[in-house]
Design a protein around this ligand. Structure first.
Ligand SMILES: [Fe+2]
Length: 359
């Protein structure tokens, strides 16, 4: 993306002062940090969506987005949609998901925005938002919260959006003290919690019989993966080998009893690689429905190096359809799934991922 921060960085031959997730090395000076806070997050290079009116947008975990031309891949312009029912003070920290989800049976997407309040008298809030076009957004519901949890994705069924608040909270006061986004996130062990997870990606969610929702998540038991790209970890084989792969879990939400039951999936006798995938994709034709197959990347395939990776297919229903592909010194991008144009089996399609081979 030829974002403003990209173009300015090229022009100065240095990293232009915009907000980044972690700090820079060497760090920005105090005036540069102040400037970066004003400039905000500008690199929307996490995900690409085609919105209902036909616009193509690049998105990240920040509210704004960039429009791009799908034919030339040129960057068109940055888009700053209005946050529905938000005041100037609400707009200091506007987090949203880099994984908006299609609204069941409608020509719209659902996303959320988290507004972290730095004023003690004012509550933080999470708003569930309907995206009609890149610019047109409507509030479905506003939920006031004491603290805003970091949320990279959520779940959607025919009738419900499931927002998952892990004990990893945004502390806006810290933001103003350190001016580094990653420092505002705090993992809080909450004693009353029966089951605390860290996660980045949900697989899918659907409504089952008897008033329950099945929500599937690639889980971790701590936040180490947030620091994986620290240079001292990337360059250290031992530190890399300690990065744990994800565990796939099903959370069954009983809406009448208000309980959650956690379970895992049947394994294949041939390989356990797909049981620990992340960056999950499903056949979008079955999104929000009962399903069996998910595809993704398994890191740390052998416990020796996080960068040993495999492209995997997980059969959540029986484990019998589990499969993987890997090759030494071959690094893979996040995959996606393109279903066969004909109406056919859920797993009839192709799963491209760019592989880079290096010695
Ligand atoms: Fe993601």
């Amino acid at each position: 993306m030829r974002s403003k921060s990209y173009n300015e960085s090229l022009a100065r031959n240095d990293i232009a002062p915009y907000m980044t997730l972690d700090g820079t090395t060497p760090p920005f000076s105090i005036p540069e940090k102040m400037e970066s806070l004003i400039n905000g997050v500008d690199n929307m290079n996490v995900n690409v969506y085609r919105y209902p009116e036909g616009s193509y947008v690049a998105v990240s975990d920040y509210w704004n987005c960039y429009e791009l031309d799908p034919k030339s891949l040129l960057t068109i312009e940055d888009i700053k949609p209005k946050v529905p029912n938000a005041t100037i003070m609400d707009k200091m920290i506007m987090l949203r998901t880099a994984h908006p989800l299609p609204e069941y049976g409608r020509n719209s997407f659902i996303t959320f925005v988290s507004l972290a309040s730095a004023i003690p008298e004012k509550k933080s809030s999470i708003k569930l938002i309907r995206v009609k076009t890149a610019l047109e957004r409507h509030e479905i519901v506003n939920i006031d919260v004491d603290r805003v949890p970091y949320m990279h994705s959520f779940g959607i069924t025919e009738n419900y959006a499931v927002i998952i608040a892990m004990p990893f909270f945004v502390d806006p006061i810290k933001m103003f003290k350190t001016l580094i986004a990653l420092n505002v996130l705090e993992w809080t062990r909450v004693k009353e919690l029966q089951y605390a997870i860290f996660f980045l990606h949900t697989l899918n969610a659907y409504e089952d019989e008897d008033d329950t929702i099945c929500l599937d998540i690639a889980t971790y038991n701590e936040t180490r993966s947030m620091h994986f790209f620290d240079l001292d970890i990337l360059l250290d084989l031992l530190a890399r080998s300690k990065q744990p792969p994800a565990d796939l879990r099903r959370f069954k939400l009983d809406l009448s009893k208000n309980t959650v039951a956690v379970s895992s999936f049947p394994s294949s006798s041939k390989t356990d690689l797909p049981d620990h995938l992340d960056f999950p994709v499903v056949n979008e034709k079955i999104r929000s429905n009962k399903y069996c197959f998910v595809y993704g990347i398994r890191y740390n395939t052998d416990g020796e190096d996080y960068l040993h990776m495999a492209l995997v297919k997980k059969d959540l229903c029986t484990g019998d359809g589990d499969a993987y592909w890997s090759q030494p010194y071959t690094y893979l991008t996040e995959p996606w799934f393109i279903p066969s144009p004909e109406v056919s089996r859920e797993d009839d399609g192709i799963t491209p991922s760019y592989a880079r081979h290096t010695n």
